[in-house]
Write a protein that binds this ligand. Sequence first.
Ligand code: BES
Ligand code: MN
Ligand code: ZN
Length: 500
Amino acid sequence: MRIKIVTGNITELAVDAIVVNLFDGVKTPGGATAAVDKALDGAISNLIAKGQIKGKLNETTLIHTLGKITPEMVLVVGLGKKKGFNAEKIRQVTATACKLLRGAGAKQVATIMHGAGAGGIAPPVAAQAITEGSLLGLYKFERHKSKRSDKKEIKELIIVEREQKGFTKLKAAVRKGTILAKASMLARDMVNQPSNFMTPTDMAEKAREIAGKWNLGIEILERDQMKELGMGGLLGVAQGSQQPPKFIILTYKGNENSKKTLGIVGKGLTFDSGGISIKPSAKMDEMKGDMAGGASVIAAMGAIGELKPKINVTGLIPATENLPSGTAYKPGDILKAMNGKTIEVLNTDAEGRLILADALSYANKQGLSPIVDIATLTGACQVALGDICTGAFGNNQRIIDKLIQAGEVAGERMWQMPMYDEYSELIKSSIADIKNTGGRGGGAITAAKFLAEFVGRTPWVHLDIAGTFLLEKDRDYFPRGATGIPVRTLVNLTLTMAEE
Ligand code: BES
Ligand code: MN
Ligand code: ZN
């Protein structure tokens, strides 16, 4: 779908459908909605008077124009209460509207800028949110269907602004929204791909492709180099698989005058069977998405390369499968991570922290700071927070706050979890430095405490996306399947850090 922004009168556009809106409880429409109402001889205000249109959030009313104006359909979307209206609600209503109109067979759609007038939202913010909501909401993953489920597709969305002033900023906002949404969709595609189409080698190829496109530095470490570096965690997990592990390094240099480089590290488990501590069969297929953290890093690096902020960023992705076999690592084995710490493996299904141990040690050795890691790390986090928000853990409140704020702006919510010292006691081992499980209680926190052993004193945040990387059912601009979380947060964080 193409997205265009124009100035003018929406009723005069030669499109199939136009989208207007109404806040909850408003009796006489204003702005562009009023203009459309007038052109339709008061059809909208009539429906309001009859109580058919109330303006509740995500409420939709489709009106056929019967030749009164060029567009065949007018869709009135409810924006909910004026108080508390924000960009996230714009994404939601835009996705709702676009999905409905796609179903109705519209190919060309025009929309007014929700919230930019009476809603008090800055016009560029509204334009970016409309762009993100429409692209993300209409996303489908149909690569493996021989026939497409439905040929209906919106070809073009035109955002209509009535005034000419500030138009350059609006165009930039649409561009930024497009880049962010496309990056999220790239991560979704990678996560939705099954493990036979997204092996560690495939991930490395994808990273190469993105690096080539946006002129990023790329290096891929093979098993021999991992051995030289002492990456015993990654090598241990990879031992049971026929697929060679890859350690992917992407670099973006946007500020030659700065010695600092932000590090983003993503878990790249292209399939997690649990290994010898094998998982139950039910929902094991979902573990094809256990590389969602790594996918989000590759996608965010691409967007950063395209947006070119004045900052240095390095993305690291340890990628492997976790499978049981005659060569697989076993419960009781002891592995030595790159920073020299020894780990007693009590459960081979707690593999994410083992590969991250090496990636975080590597990040630390490179002097990356701050470090953000993203991982589908624990079922415990999914139990604690569900699919509504991501768990955030860390050792530095300033960077945690910054990340949570970047997530809020993106509509990718995060909730901070505690990191009391007592949790560290639970991962002490009697025969090695630490063990890879801390028991059932506080499982997401003991996993984070495990990771903390490999970041030293570097400011660090860990995001556990086990609950949020995948949705079982559609939710506004998140169609079921991979969500692409937290790609837009990572890019937002990078942009704000570049401004500081
Ligand atoms: N990849 C899983 C965590 C997961 C579970 C992500 C469900 C998404 C949805 C991780 O590798 C894992 O298996 N964790 C174990 C750790 C346990 C053995 C300490 C878990 O959470 O059960
Ligand atoms: Mn596992
Ligand atoms: Zn896993």
